[in-house]
Design a protein around this ligand. Structure first.
Ligand code: GLU
Length: 275
């Protein structure tokens, strides 16, 4: 009887050991998982006791860390707090990690964050690298210029300098739409806007939703040229956890059904969400 028991313990130990070797885990404290690890990812988050959400620190209204503030604030930050509330019954059980456009996908792939809520457009190219939730916000690319600027649309950008962020669809799109423009790429949108303010760039380009946030900070600027792309935002997650993606999709549906989505949308964008 005792022998049988010892055998079973040995077997369980070796399975656990094999699992540890196979996934290479066991040492890292913050990394939630390594790619390809099976099992319920939600349980991994629950065991940790808090959600790790990647949010922007450079995007007004979505995720912005204001000078002197302790924590980033914005629509996406609030939505991640709601997600923590669904998981833990406590909106404070979320650790907000700063992401930039260029770093968000590697950070998901490395397992540094469970999810990114970072104005991320769902694209075919990105879908090869990470998984996306359903769409939670619709934007489109536009141009921000100083009021009275000769730049009125993407057709006026020949020989002009346009600022944007590294790793964004905005940088890629503007090269296609305005091949004569000189594209200046910065790590953050804060820096891209500063370049326009300081006259180092003639225009800034990215999603209208982001540009509108900067307009609120400084009324000497305006949006021109309408929308020339479609940018549907999805929450990004590491590949290989379909049940986690499903959980997040259910969460989006609940948020819309219970009115919380509309409440937060109104809080940040001062209007009702589109139907
Ligand atoms: N939505 C675009 C993108 O995902 C531009 C905004 C951003 O850089 O986050 O690239």
């Amino acid at each position: 009887m005792l022998k049988k028991w010892a055998k079973r313990v040995a077997l369980v130990c070796s399975i656990v050991l094999m699992g540890t070797i196979a996934t290479g885990c066991g040492s890292s404290s913050s990394a939630p998982t390594s790619s390809g690890q099976s099992g319920d990812y939600l349980q991994t988050i629950k065991n940790r006791g808090y959600l790790i959400a990647g949010v922007k620190n450079d995007v007004p209204l979505f995720g912005q860390l204001k000078p002197g503030a302790q924590e980033a604030e914005g629509f996406e930050v609030d939505v991640m707090k709601e997600l923590a509330k669904k998981i833990f019954g406590d909106a404070s059980k979320v650790k907000l990690e700063k992401v930039e456009s260029k770093t968000r996908i590697p950070m998901l792939q490395n397992g540094q964050i469970d999810i990114v809520a970072g104005t991320t457009t769902i694209t075919e190219e990105r879908k090869k690298q990470v998984d996306f939730s359903d769409v939670y916000f619709l934007a489109g690319q536009s141009l921000l210029v100083k009021k009275g600027s000769p730049v009125k649309s993407i057709n006026d950008l020949k020989g002009k300098k346009v600022s944007t962020a590294q790793g964004s669809t905005s940088a890629k799109n503007i090269r296609e739409k305005a091949p004569g423009a000189e594209v200046l790429e910065f790590p953050t949108y804060t820096e891209a806007f500063l370049a326009v303010k300081q006259g180092r760039a003639d225009a800034m380009t990215t999603d209208n939703s982001i540009l509108l946030g900067f307009l609120q900070e400084d009324t000497n600027y305006e949006l021109v040229g309408g929308l020339f792309t479609e940018e549907p935002y999805g929450f990004g997650m590491q590949k290989g956890h379909p049940e986690w993606v499903q959980y997040v999709n259910d969460f989006i549906k609940e948020l819309k059904a219970n009115g919380k989505y509309a409440e937060l949308y109104k809080k940040w964008f001062k209007q009702d969400p589109p139907k």
